[in-house]
Design a protein around this ligand. Structure first.
Ligand code: NAD
Length: 494
């Protein structure tokens, strides 16, 4: 059986805790590997290694740090297919989707190649006579990343690219469900020239996470996962004096107005609801259909669903793979089962005809959904699209704004004025106008509002640079014996 161990000080470190977890092949349901679960002493070793590597790394000049990021960019580009295959095997997503994940992660490495420019401060000459003032941004120290199963390559790249380029050293606790890809990328970081100890991985569960949250040498924690855990990470980490950004779950609504191109809206809804089996935090899970076009739109979506090819991610032509575990598949199926009892109408039931053997579920479409039903109120995180019929733009906006989550949303309309009003009105962090999955490009920042993000800084891009650095302002005067005198007054500029 394949064994996945930690990565400490530039090499694989076999686990010593005696605890481990099973890694499934979701397409067959079989256990294909075991992953070591770190205990406190193993986390402490990783943090101590990162701390020892910090002085030399933060003193490494910006050109060299950029060069390493450029090298990494080339290596990831050259190994795209291998990375995608590795993550698809443990996550289950189809290869084309896995390649898309690698590509979006690579954007973050490319952003980090510009770190010399990104860390430039500002300078005010002659702020007072002979006095200059300037600001610089410095790394925080040893920082940690804790990541979810659904983007096992991309989400760690969101974090470590910026953290490491800014001069921090890093300890990653990836999802225990699909951990192999992080080990592969660690090897690439080493080949790219990153000094040993700058990037470390501890695998595991709550034991490892809790140690990172209370370790006195961890300065900041970047987290992505479900809302209850994000809230716990934020509260515990900040209570322990750490800087924390914790991204949580989502319930993304797509509002379709009567003037929208309905075929385009149906294509977008199907792609965004069922891509990656709905296991995306930016997946569309609620369709708000204006009542005048709802029948037509639901019909168009229903027509498209049977064409979606569901099967193992590594078989060419498949468009949707299995869910991550059998337990999760059963939970998602439970929402479809419960919908009829709650008064909704199951138009397409994904429990029918799913491939045998793995954790498969086909796409489901539920109409006449209302707030108060479990399939509306809760994050399902599976291939289930709920349709809520609304009588007006205002009713749609009210529903979105009263939802506990605020990760992503989209409006489909041809009316530019209404779209502009939507971007003004809506209490959501990432908005699409005729774009169903508006994941920001790497030079903007990613993050939701409300229960989708705890903390002040969004992930990657300019806010990522802010998160992983702290500002310092220097006020300087060079000695000039001609102007020197004793002055007990408060320093003034005029
Ligand atoms: P999860 O919250 O179960 O796990 C995330 C991480 O937290 C993992 O590393 C896991 O080992 C750890 N963890 C789990 N339980 C813990 C506990 N009790 N104490 C401490 N650590 C714990 O999330 P998941 O199932 O891996 O991922 C799916 C969730 O992530 C969904 O809710 C999805 O919306 C969310 N997500 C959000 C974003 C975003 O950007 N907002 C992106 C991707 C995924």
């Amino acid at each position: 059986m394949k064994r996945i161990s930690h990565w400490i000080d530039g090499k694989v470190a076999a686990g010593t805790s005696g605890r481990c977890g099973a890694v499934f092949n979701p397409a067959t349901g079989e256990v294909q590997a075991e992953v070591d679960f770190a205990d406190i002493s193993e986390v402490d070793r990783a943090v101590a290694t990162a701390k020892a590597a910090l002085p030399a790394w933060r003193a490494t000049n910006l050109s060299r740090r950029a060069e390493i990021m450029f090298n990494l960019r080339e290596l990831i580009d050259a190994n795209r297919k291998e990375i995608a295959a590795l993550l698809s095997l443990e996550h289950g997503k189809v290869l084309s989707d896995a390649l898309g994940e690698v590509s979006r992660g690579l954007e973050n490495i490319e952003f980090a190649c510009g770190v010399p420019h990104l860390l430039k401060g500002s300078y005010s000459e002659q702020a007072s006579s002979g006095v200059d003032v300037y600001n610089i941004r410095q790394p925080l120290g040893v920082v940690a990343g804790i990541t979810p199963f659904n983007f096992p390559a991309m989400v760690p790249m969101w974090m470590f690219s910026t953290a490491v380029a800014c001069g921090n050293t890093f300890v990653l606790k990836p999802s225990e469900k699909d951990p192999s890809v992080t080990m592969f990328v660690a090897e690439l970081l080493k080949q790219a020239g990153l000094p040993d100890g700058v990037y470390n991985i501890v695998h595991g569960d709550k034991v490892a996470v809790d140690r990172l949250l209370d370790h006195p040498d961890i300065a900041a924690v970047s987290f992505v996962g479900s809302t209850p855990i994000a809230k716990y990470i934020y509260e515990t980490g900040t209570r322990n004096g750490k800087r924390v950004q914790a991204l949580g779950g989502a319930k993304n609504h797509m509002l379709v107005l009567p003037d929208a191109d309905l075929d385009m809206a149906a294509d977008a809804a199907v792609s965004a609801a069922y891509g990656s089996a709905g296991e995306r935090c930016m997946a569309v899970s609620v369709l708000l259909a204006h009542e005048t076009i709802a029948d037509s739109l639901v019909g168009k979506i229903q027509e498209r669903i049977p064409n979606i090819k569901v099967g193992p991610g590594d078989e060419p032509g498949n468009e949707m793979g299995p869910l991550i575990t059998g337990e999760h598949r059963d939970k998602v199926a439970g929402y479809v089962a419960g919908a009829t009892k709650e008064g909704a109408r199951v138009v397409v039931d994904g429990r029918d005809g799913a491939p045998n053997g793995g954790f498969f579920l086909k796409p489901s479409l539920i109409d006449d959904v209302k707030p108060g039903m479990a399939c509306y109120d809760e994050e399902i995180f599976g291939p289930v699209l709920s349709v809520v019929r609304v009588g007006s733009y205002d009713e749609g906006v009210d529903l979105i704004n009263s939802n506990q989550y605020g990760n992503g949303t989209a409006i489909f309309t041809r009316d530019g004025g209404v779209a502009r009003q939507f971007q003004f009105d809506i209490n959501v962090g990432m908005v699409g106008i005729n774009v169903p999955i508006p994941v920001p490009v790497s030079y903007y920042s990613f993050g939701g509002w409300k229960a989708s993000l705890f903390g002040d800084q969004h992930m990657y891009g300019p806010e990522g640079i802010n998160f992983f650095t702290r500002g310092k302002v220097v006020t300087s005067r060079w000695p000039d014996p001609r102007t020197s005198k004793v002055d007990l007054g408060f320093p003034q500029n005029r």
